[in-house]
Design a protein around this ligand. Structure first.
Ligand code: CTP
Length: 353
């Protein structure tokens, strides 16, 4: 239907990006991305006019992209575009949309992601044509990560982190030239226009995978933190506990690893108090959210915080203030003190085992 519509409208449509890479690698695809050599918004609007099973979920006019659901499948449409990076690490600025597909492929990160597959109808059957101007399919076979030009990591240093993601997920390796380019960039990174939000978004994706701990360690070992800072304030020794913390405290891996990297300084003045009484442990942690408890555990290797989370945090009194009033207490400090005494008694009776 999409191919027929493209044919009727006289525009070319392509599968592109990670989807094509994954198909060529023979692995399951995650998303369906279609590139329109023209206007993606015009395209999906016409498509939805003639096909009731096409639902447009949203459009993004500045990028000329659209999110759709077709026969229950989520499909993203983008217009071919050319981009420039006015400063290292900033968000790219679109120069032109609707350009030839090869110009669009040229703006991408690695050769393995710069492959498109044109699909079209011919003699009542669907046909495909591979557009691979940078020999990305050979690099897929060789599991090699090559950027398309020598300024690529300067333009977009998140590509270093994306490369690490592909390395850990699929066993890709940076080519020798890429290793040199990365090393060069990390020697004197220009961070003036760096979009830290983009870095965080890329790291979030990297840490959402089962390889989060490896990624964290490699960011330290390979000096990839230099993309955004000179000296890392996060430590190697936290890695194992950060990994464990996500299941102990039921928090998302990407959130705990990101917090460890960017918000650890909040904890630098924290005084570890070796409380032994449950009631004191409870009071120390009762205002912290699970993510803060998890980070606290990872940074300080503090067993009390696990005990609090697993055994103390949900302890409640079976009796309320109203019950005490009925027993003869009057409202005020004495009532508060009694409730607190009862809670302390209950908490202190919990065994650590
Ligand atoms: N892309 C890029 N530079 C970036 C981010 C993305 O060139 N900093 C391009 C790549 O061509 C990439 C495509 O946009 O293939 C889609 O990006 P994304 O969805 O983030 O990743 P995928 O490559 O599709 O990989 P996956 O979803 O499997 O992580």
């Amino acid at each position: 239907m999409v191919a027929q519509n493209a044919c009727d409208m006289g525009v070319d449509a392509y599968f592109v990006g990670g989807m094509v890479r994954d198909i060529l690698m023979g692995i399951e695809i995650k998303d369906i991305d279609i590139l329109i050599e023209g206007s993606a918004i015009d395209f999906v609007q016409k498509l939805s006019e003639c096909a009731p099973n096409v639902m447009i979920k949203s459009v993004h006019k500045a990028f000329n992209t659209a999110k759709t659901v077709i026969n229950g499948l989520e499909i993203d449409f983008a217009s071919t575009r050319e981009e420039i990076y006015p400063q290292s690490g900033c968000l790219p600025v679109i120069q032109k949309t609707g350009c030839p597909v090869c110009c669009d492929l040229k703006r991408r990160d690695f050769t393995v992601n710069a492959i498109a597959v044109r699909f079209f109808t011919g003699k009542n059957e669907l046909k495909y044509e591979l557009i691979d101007p940078f020999n990305g399919s050979d690099d897929i076979k060789a599991r090699s990560l090559r950027v398309l030009h020598n300024k690529s990591y300067i333009d977009d240093p998140t590509r270093i982190l994306r490369g690490l993601d592909f390395k850990l997920r699929f066993g890709f390796n940076f080519s020798e030239n890429d290793k040199k380019l990365i090393e060069e960039h990390l020697k004197s990174p220009d961070r003036e226009g760096l979009s830290i939000d983009r870095i965080k978004l890329t790291l979030k994706k990297l840490f959402s995978d089962k390889n989060a701990k490896k990624a964290y360690n490699q960011i330290l070992e390979n000096n990839f933190y230099k993309i955004w800072c000179d000296i890392p304030s996060f430590k190697h020794e936290w890695a194992q506990r950060l990994d464990e913390a996500s299941s102990i405290f039921n928090v998302l891996k990407e959130e705990i690893f990101l917090k460890a990297i960017f918000e650890n300084e909040l904890y630098s003045d924290f005084l570890i108090q070796n409380h032994t009484e449950n009631f004191e442990i409870y009071n120390q942690y009762k205002n912290l959210k699970p993510l803060d408890l998890a980070l606290h555990y990872a940074i300080f290797n503090d067993a009390n915080v696990i005990f609090y989370f697993q055994k103390l945090k949900d302890i409640k009194l079976d009796i309320s203030g109203d019950d005490l009033i009925q027993q003869g207490f009057s409202q005020g400090k004495a009532l508060g003190d009694e409730l607190s005494r009862l809670l302390k008694e209950k908490l202190n009776s919990i065994e650590r085992n």
